[in-house]
Design a protein around this ligand. Structure first.
Ligand code: NAP
Length: 322
């Protein structure tokens, strides 16, 4: 069983930034890539809101840059997925699909995953630039002057619909009931926005696409309409849109820690105040796994930096490093 001072679980912007700081502090962190190496940014196309890239950068390329940067300072990256984490005693024990490890400190950066409808290849279209997204802040800009749809009735859907009116000519909000789950304040703001049209009691039955040729001559499947079903009278209708934002919630990837670490009612890890400390000394959390509010690559990266600094200080305070 190999032992490490710092083990980082996850390789999104939070995990890599934690690895960058920990490796530059000579902690030789061990990082587990998990099932989605590079995290959520590897399923987006162009990233225009990460500082430092004035022409934007493709999500997968940004994550590759982060990976190479942490390797430069001695981070050890393993293509393994943690299947069990025993945080009940120190050293902590982590079992992966290949081996077992012990650690003095653990940084959890397992992220969150957008929920998809599983209808009409919605998730697949989001990965291939087909006009489907689960992040308005990331992709809203690409829909300037276009008619689009948002699915969902919670805070995220209403907030995203409102944000998207900055770009889109019209935002169709599709909700499966006749009442929103979103807070009253967000509802009031959205109902006053003339660009938002509510489609009540509607579910998406299908995402209809057409084949479009890109300027480079490639054929890409792009969304052209949604097939909707009325949940009250069962009738079907078609809504022409050039973009779809799925906002039916995110799931934090916290299954490994159930019963070990405090979580909020939606499963996000709780940290102490403005820190990355969890309820277990030596265990830190950063990125989307502990943040359902901002959920941006740059905020995840910032919290990864915090986690590495918190871990380094904790290791020093406990005499594990100087
Ligand atoms: P959420 O509150 O769970 O809402 C998900 C919405 O999607 C619900 O309206 C739900 O419909 C709908 N939905 C779920 N599955 C669906 C499906 N398969 N097909 C169609 N519709 C579906 O998720 P969220 O809006 O992402 O919010 C998550 C948490 O973050 C909440 O606690 C929220 O308050 C918080 N948040 C807060 C803010 C803020 O305060 N500014 C912003 C964003 C998020 P039903 O209503 O019928 O269940």
């Amino acid at each position: 069983m190999s032992h490490h001072k710092v083990v980082i679980i996850g390789t999104g912007p939070a995990g890599y930034t934690a690895a960058l700081y920990a490796s530059r502090a000579n902690l030789e962190p061990l990082v587990f890539e998990g099932v989605q190496p590079g995290g959520q940014l590897t399923i987006t196309t162009e990233v225009e809101n990460f500082p430092g890239f004035r022409k934007g950068i493709m999500g997968p390329e940004l994550m590759e840059e982060m990976r190479e940067q942490v390797l430069r300072f001695g981070t050890i990256i393993k293509s393994e997925t943690v299947l069990e984490a025993n945080l009940s005693a120190r050293p902590f024990i982590l079992k992966t699909d290949k081996a077992e490890y012990t650690a003095d400190s653990v940084i959890i950066a397992t992220g969150a995953s957008a929920k998809w409808m599983g209808i009409g290849k919605d998730q697949q279209l989001s990965m291939s630039g087909g006009g489907v997204s689960a992040c308005a802040t990331c992709d809203g800009f690409f829909f300037r002057g276009k008619e689009i749809a948002v699915v969902g009735g919670g805070d995220t859907a209403i907030e995203e619909a409102t944000y998207l009116t900055k770009f889109a000519s019209k935002v169709n909000l599709i909700h499966r009931r006749d009442k929103l789950r979103a807070s009253k304040a967000l509802q009031d703001r959205a109902s006053k926005n003339e660009k938002i049209v509510f489609h009540w009691n509607k579910t998406v039955e299908d995402v209809l696409t057409s084949s479009v040729e890109t300027p480079l001559g490639e054929k890409v499947e792009k969304i052209r309409a949604l097939k909707l079903k009325d949940t009250v009278d069962g009738t079907s209708s078609e809504l022409k849109v050039e973009g779809l934002f799925v906002a039916i919630g995110h799931e934090p990837n916290t299954g490994l820690f159930v019963g070990q670490l405090p979580m909020d009612e939606t499963g996000y890890l709780k940290v102490e105040g403005a820190s990355s400390r969890t309820a277990i000394p030596g265990v830190f959390a950063c990125g989307d796994v502990q943040d359902h509010v901002y959920r941006q690559a740059i905020t995840a990266a910032g919290s990864g930096c915090m986690a590495a600094i918190d871990a380094e200080r904790w290791l020093a305070a406990n005499g594990i490093v100087e």
